[in-house]
Design a protein around this ligand. Sequence first.
Ligand code: SF4
Length: 132
Amino acid sequence: MSTDNDLQTTQYLCIGCPLGCRLEVDEDPAGDIVEIRGFSCRKGKTFAEREHTDPRRMITTTVGVTGGLWARLPVHATEEMPKHQMWDVIDLLRTVSVTAPVAMGDVVVAGILGSEVDVVASRDMPAADPAA
Ligand code: SF4
């Protein structure tokens, strides 16, 4: 972050594609964005605006499984969540365990952290012993 002529410049690395453009966002003392530089496409400009004002991330992780073919079930949030909540979500999901069988898309945690975002299974998880 740097300042020049009362403008505050913040740098970001665009994660929209492997090119990884280096973005700069100028903000005036009132907190308004006055210029965005460094993007090579519209997606990068949108990313910079969002990253500067309301950064969000898609959360993917795993939860424990009881009686499953494997010990961990991949899960993901159904929408991007505020970046500052990411580790709270991960910490909560560390305490969650489901019982196999689980179908892809099954809700593992509804409305996580009081939000309207569900965490769902990213794949099927068969029971270790289907006859059991
Ligand atoms: S600005 Fe566009 S081209 Fe550059 S990294 Fe982002 S998505 Fe890729």
